[in-house]
Design a protein around this ligand. Structure first.
Ligand SMILES: NC(=O)c1ccc[n+]([C@@H]2O[C@H](COP(=O)([O-])OP(=O)(O)OC[C@H]3O[C@@H](n4cnc5c(N)ncnc54)[C@H](O)[C@@H]3O)[C@@H](O)[C@H]2O)c1
Ligand SMILES: O=C(O)CC[C@@H](O)C(=O)O
Length: 468
């Protein structure tokens, strides 16, 4: 059973932000970071009337892991209190900080486990300023009525471009040649250095990143094959293969673009390295758990795998520094000692374009959720959208009721709302959790209190919010 949120949790006021969704990462490629939605939000804010009982400056936001300035500006521009940290926080400090905040913004390093989230008594929403959401216990968050948002594809192109660079760098042993020359050694070789034209790229996971990569590799004259658990339309001349084994037996380069799930843990282990072609290459820019690294080390020492590029690791440090040691991962020294291996510190999505786009997209989603209750793009709650209330509707209130998805709730909710004029109402469920949003007109403050108290009294309640 969930812990109900304290009734004292602030009801959030009239929106003051644009509702535009960022639909394309290229939008920010062509636009400066001060996005149109950000400017629009500032303009609207000037005109907006702050309605009682809630002021946006009461909202406390904790941003970790160097969330981009674009996102910070949007959130501060709303008047929220924003606390910013460059790195992630150790669990004890995270627990201490999270107790107090309504919103937390993270990237891939901060683990929001049930243990941490159960301390977050005021938390309304989590923003993952990245693609992956495996670092958050999504189910537990939903059961607490905490919405989670991410940016599903704003860094996909950046990752795909990095992988293209790595395919060529591995084929030409660029890392080794460069390191040698940095040490003063001239070593001009062509043995086992290849063009990529005509070679086969095997993409595991043909989603946003895998399919972008497919287009780029196709354009370089590579044959593209892919394996995915779902049947997906091939782009260009790419071809889906039925099994991972089939892909491994045919690909010269294998690149992983699957999410971290129990099924993808050690997806590439000793058996799979055996199934790869002799002298083939492996690239992992997905999650560190997907590759069994000791097995990779063996396969590379045996010459089975001719080169590898790793961007992600089972354990990654909270911030920058000299942390890539055996204290972090026991095999770190062995990995560093291998030839033709490119090791990067989880930078697949780390470009100016991607980080700006993510900052805007996730911050906009947070503001929409805080100010309007809109869950479009949420990864753990049903997606509900309703048009913004305007200043022409001064006595309207927006009721948000997050509840357990059990029989009879709508009847009880409508008994409570039934004495009022319900202009609009939407409800949807996702698994055990349901989200109801209703706009009610001609309500007085005492009505609002009564509605809220009555909804709070229902046994199905997870969280009630009233925005007015
Ligand atoms: N290195 C980085 O900086 C970086 C940046 C962005 C994303 N990522 C990682 O890359 C992953 C993929 O990103 P995406 O945007 O392409 O995700 P996506 O959800 O668009 O695509 C993932 C694909 O993997 C498939 N899949 C899932 N489980 C599978 C399995 N067991 N076997 C085969 N296919 C499976 C899915 O069907 C889907 O098509 C993310 O989950 C994230 O962890 C890393
Ligand atoms: O920026 C990050 O920390 C994560 C990048 C990437 O792994 C993602 O999931 O988007």
């Amino acid at each position: 059973m969930t812990n109900p949120k304290p009734i004292s949790q602030p009801s959030l006021a009239r929106p003051a932000v644009s509702t535009s969704l960022s639909v394309s990462p290229t939008a920010t490629f062509h636009s400066p970071p001060a996005s149109s939605s950000f400017m629009a939000s500032l303009a609207q804010r000037a005109a907006a009337k702050q309605l009682k009982p809630f002021n946006t400056e009461d909202i406390k936001i904790l941003l970790l892991e160097n969330v981009n300035q674009t996102g910070r500006d949007i959130l501060s521009g709303q008047g929220y209190q924003v606390e910013f940290h460059k790195a992630s926080l150790p669990e004890d400090q995270l627990i201490e900080k999270i107790r107090d905040v309504h919103v937390i913004g993270i990237r891939s390093k901060t683990k929001l486990t049930a243990k941490v989230l159960q301390e977050a008594k005021n938390l309304l929403v989590i923003g993952c300023f990245c693609i992956g959401t495996n670092q958050v216990d999504l189910e537990y968050a939903a059961k607490q009525g905490i919405a989670v948002f991410n940016s599903p594809f704003a860094n996909s192109r950046s990752v795909a471009e990095l992988v293209i660079a790595e395919i060529i760098a591995l084929a030409r042993q660029l890392g080794d040649r460069s390191n040698e020359l940095h040490r003063g050694t001239w070593n001009k070789v062509s043995a086992k250095c290849w063009e990529v034209r005509g070679k086969t790229l095997g993409i595991v996971g043909y989603g946003h990143i895998g399919s972008q990569l497919s287009v780029l590799a196709d354009a370089m004259g590579m044959n593209v094959i892919y394996y995915d658990v779902v049947s997906l339309m091939a782009i260009g001349t790419a071809r889906q293969v039925p099994t991972l084994e089939a892909l491994l037996g045919e690909a010269d380069f294998v690149t992983l673009h699957v999410p971290e799930t129990p099924e993808t843990k050690n997806m590439l282990g000793a058996k799979q390295f055996e199934q790869m072609k002799n002298g083939s290459y492996l690239i992992n820019a997905s999650r560190g758990t997907v590759v069994d690294i000791p097995a990779l080390i063996k396969a590379m020492r045996a010459g089975k795998v001719a080169g590898a590029a790793l961007d992600v690791y089972p354990n990654e440090p909270a911030g920058n520094g000299d942390y890539f040691t055996t204290d972090l991962n026991p095999w770190a020294e062995e990995l560093r000692g291998l030839n033709n291996i490119i090791l990067t510190p989880h930078i697949g999505g780390s470009t100016e374009e991607a980080q700006r786009a993510i900052g805007i997209e996730v911050a906009d989603a947070l503001v929409r959720y805080i100010n309007q209750g809109v869950t479009l793009g949420s990864v753990n709650l049903p997606e509900i959208n309703m048009r913004q209330l305007t200043l022409d509707e001064p006595n309207h209130a927006r009721i948000i009721y997050i509840h357990r998805n059990v029989p009879g709730v709508l009847r009880r909710v409508n008994e409570i709302l039934g004495d009022h004029n319900v202009d609009k109402q939407i409800s949807d469920s996702k698994g055990d959790i349901a989200y109801l949003m209703a706009d009610v007109s001609d309500v007085r403050p005492e009505d609002i209190k009564e509605i809220r108290d009555s909804l709070d009294g229902l046994s199905s309640r997870i969280l009630t919010r009233v925005l007015y």
